[in-house]
Design a binder for this molecule. Sequence first.
Ligand code: OSB
Ligand code: MG
Length: 368
Amino acid sequence: MKIAELELRTIQLPLVRPFRTSFGTQYSREVLMLRMTDVDGNFGWSECVAMSEPLYSPEYVAASLDLMKRFFIPTLFAEADLRAESIAPLLSPFLGSPMAKATFETALLDMQLKIEGRSLADFLGANRTKIPCGVSVGIAPSIPELIEEVAGYIKDGYKRIKLKIEPGWDVEPVAEVRSNWPDIPLQVDANQAYSRSDGELLAKLDAFELLLIEQPLDEHDILGHAQLATQVNTPICLDESIVSLRAAEDALAMKATTVINIKPGRVGGYLEAVKIHDLCVNEGIPVWCGGMLETGIGRAANVALAALPGFTLPGDTSASSRFFKQDITDPFVMKDGYLDVPNTIGVGRTPDLEFLDSITTYKETIRS
Ligand code: OSB
Ligand code: MG
């Protein structure tokens, strides 16, 4: 395929409630969207999962946009016949920024699979038509408000609860949720908020039979996670640290993680995500699909990935309504705790252009 046109836009989608984590509070989701068109008029959509500020990862929307325009787009426009598989090698001289790179690979996959008449789920190797849903619950203003929010998600049918934690909001909220719901699959996510000396504190969470503790320490502290794993019984699961297949291999070799959260944007795209999935299947490591407050476009692709056989734990693949009153695509609606895996060609969702235009904060079309 030869690219003819790229439309970049940013949108601002309000959240149904503030989402507080150890790295800050989100009130609204700014998303960088890409529409790619080839010379024959075929098109594909994707979204960049980078957030507005470099708090979860070093990437952020304005930087992604700059990288795309300054380096990635001229490189891709120079190619006479582009395939999704060639995006990562072509962009590899530009260091870092897996989220921005993944945006191009995913839009091209959407286009390419539509041309081939194939769904993303089928292409990636999915073997299920529906997937169980988990939900990520932000740090609440108080314990009663947390319990009320969790109760709502349990009533909705979510099959697994993930609580965001930070120093000062850990043992007590986890104990309260566990005592209200003794049997619900429960896990926590610290987003790097603890330090190497917190082993004793984090070991107190062992009493609550958690599935895992996600990314307690700095993303670069693989050794620290390996040491922590000897101090706590709860499995350690890395998120931020796993930026590539190589990083996953290293973390497993160092015994720093026994479960892996796969986020396609964080690892440079769905093709690398499948490689990490395959590694984990071979090593007997359970994986689950993480989330980045995606719109229906990114959510559709995540749900397809989460239907692969190695995704044995429910992911942060929630219904659209978890974050948005109105999604930019047909919403993902949960039935009995499950989402249907899209089975139409490509990624399986397209935006409602009228709604998209109404929340667009910037738009630019670049032609080759
Ligand atoms: O660490 O998993 C995370 C959201 C934004 C950035 C990082 C994370 C999260 C979540 C929410 O926990 C995941 C979701 O449901 O989309
Ligand atoms: Mg996380």
